[in-house]
Design a protein around this ligand. Sequence first.
Ligand SMILES: [Zn+2]
Length: 228
Amino acid sequence: MPYLSYLKLNVSVYINIHAHSIASKAGDFVLPNCIVSKDYLFEQPCSAGIHPWYIDQNRDAQWEAFMQYAKKPQVLAIGECGLDKLTSTTWAIQAETFEKQLEIANQLNKPLIIHCVRAYHEVFVSLLRKEVQVPVIFHGYERNWPLAEQLLKNKNYYISLGAAIGKGKMDELIQQLPLDRLFLETDDKSTQISDIYAYFCRAKKLPTQQVEDQLLANFNRIFNYSIA
Ligand SMILES: [Zn+2]
């Protein structure tokens, strides 16, 4: 068997699409998130955005920092950015900050990682209004299958599930979710990404290798970056 095919058969990597730390086990791939004006920018591949919880008083300076980061080659995705009905940030400021980031994602042709709390309708409206053409990942999805089904009608939209699936209340969603529209993540939880994969595979009744392969394919499809 040629050496390369041999390697290909043995590729096994857990992709953690959204985390707030760079800690990962050897062989895993993590895309840490830089919250602009809270975190330093990572030197490794990452996402960067203005989070609705952390919009600065000095919005111009924060925006300037965001723009500097957004253009950097290691910033593979814009976000997490979005709308949150449970935070104290003024709605108009959240919406303006979110939509400006949608424009930049479009201009730079980088996928989006969306933070959405009780604001799916408003997020959809903004994505449509800004004619977003880039892939959109709804991170930390904790809602039901009917909403996911609606959302996935847009071929550019993806769902990322995190530690919340371990509570056992999202098994129906897991059974329905098409694998080619999925990512998994740890977010700010201490759960290992391998445990989230393991739970998902048990609930979906699929071998881990199949899920690993498909999530790697999803990653390679939407990011202009190849995991070694
Ligand atoms: Zn997060």
